[in-house]
Design a protein around this ligand. Structure first.
Ligand SMILES: [Zn+2]
Ligand SMILES: [Zn+2]
Ligand SMILES: [Zn+2]
Length: 381
């Protein structure tokens, strides 16, 4: 309806160099960082201290499908992929502790510890975990049980989401023996998993929505298993691997946060140098050299600057609202998310990261300890 108000077609992405505060078009930033005088001065100051020099990688990161969100970073080559993962989560992505992973060529690097706790270890009444005790679990125990346990009441969406996460984290245990099996076998396995591990309440399993999802999931898995036959040489590792063991200058790689409502990032190692890494007080290993200027986001109803996006749309820029129109709209609570400078804007429950982008205050160039604290850019309700 208000498509003509969209500015995305004419939009040229620019970013700010964190050393000189200069604004440059996205394709020119890499070149600028090479020659930025303030950056050079900063490096010389850092290198003149007694601190130990180390190999540093300069990385470029952008949203694969939302490339107007981008960063130039620097971090020690000896830092772990895990450190980069933590940084990306804090800066751009974290909403509900979803799984994530890097992919470098044929090697997939995933989080060492799957976050899902299927059995509540702190449960002091082991009886409640026994199937025969299921129907006599007192209310308090049900309330205290992990939301992912089969007893928890889930919506069809949540239940399917949990099933997918379960398959993702433990696919070797459940799926590899299904390679080459007919579709019905795969579907039976999923139904079995669903009742034993996701939701024991069979009314949910009986719902047409869940039946349909499981059926299509079985199809997808069948295709995936065929593919895994073809890619048998693919390697799986954990991301507690040093960057320099996984990538080198010129390596392009990818990152996925959340295997449900995924945010995909593309990364490239742009350059390397020997220098003193900058660590701030909380020990962050990753420094932001440059970041995109927030792209314009206008209200789809009136064209004023938008403050909210409607959650769940593929194209968030076409589904943004200003404060006023948001109030007038039928969208409530969880359906509206704040406009944030991140490729995860409008996805899942993402409300913005820790503001770390503008840390290169001149005072920090001195050796003086600064106790500046990053502040969240969005206030929670
Ligand atoms: Zn600069
Ligand atoms: Zn989430
Ligand atoms: Zn409006």
């Amino acid at each position: 309806m208000a498509k003509t108000k969209s500015t995305s077609a004419q939009f040229v992405s620019t970013g700010i160099c964190n050393f000189c505060q200069g604004e440059f078009e996205k394709p020119r930033m890499s070149q600028h960082l090479k020659f930025c005088k303030q950056r050079k001065a900063y490096q010389e100051t850092a290198n003149s201290t007694d601190a130990e020099k180390t190999r540093l990688f300069q990385l470029f990161v952008e949203g694969r499908y939302l490339p107007m969100y981008w960063l130039h970073l620097e971090m020690p080559a000896s830092a772990l992929l895990e450190d980069l993962d933590s940084f990306l989560r804090a800066m751009w992505l974290e909403c509900c502790d979803h799984l994530s992973g890097f992919k470098v060529g044929k090697i997939a690097y995933s989080s060492p510890e799957p976050y899902f706790e299927w059995v509540d270890e702190e449960q002091d009444e082991p009886d409640t975990e026994q199937p025969e005790a299921e129907n006599v679990v007192p209310d308090e125990v049900v309330a205290a049980t992990d939301a992912a346990s089969p007893q928890a009441k889930l919506t069809p969406d949540e239940a399917i989401g949990n099933l997918v996460e379960l398959l993702y984290t433990e696919y070797r245990a459940y799926l590899t023996d299904l390679i080459g099996q007919p579709l019905e076998e795969i579907e039976n396995k999923l139904l079995d998993l669903f009742t034993t591990r996701v939701q024991s309440d069979t009314t949910l399993l009986g719902s047409p929505e869940v039946q349909k999802e499981i059926h299509s999931l079985a199809h997808v898995i069948e295709i995936g298993l065929m593919e895994s036959l073809a890619q048998a040489d693919e390697e799986n590792q954990y991301m507690d691997v040093e960057l320099e063991k996984a990538v080198q200058v010129g390596t392009k790689f990818s990152y996925t946060y959340d295997y449900g409502s995924s945010t995909y990032l593309t990364l490239k190692v742009m350059a390397e140098r020997e220098g003193v890494p900058v660590k701030d007080e909380d020990g962050d290993l990753v420094r932001i050299l440059a970041q995109n200027v927030p792209p314009p986001m206008v209200c789809r109803e009136c064209g004023k600057p938008a403050t909210h996006v409607i959650a769940g749309y593929y194209d968030v820029t076409e589904n943004a609202l200003c404060e006023e129109c948001a109030k007038k709209s039928e969208f409530r609570d969880g359906m509206l998310l704040p406009v944030v400078n991140s490729p995860r804007v409008g996805v899942c429950a993402y409300t913005g990261g820790v503001e770390m982008a503008w840390e290169f205050e001149e005072e920090e160039w001195e050796e003086d300890e600064e106790d500046e604290e990053g502040e969240g850019e969005e206030e929670g309700e």
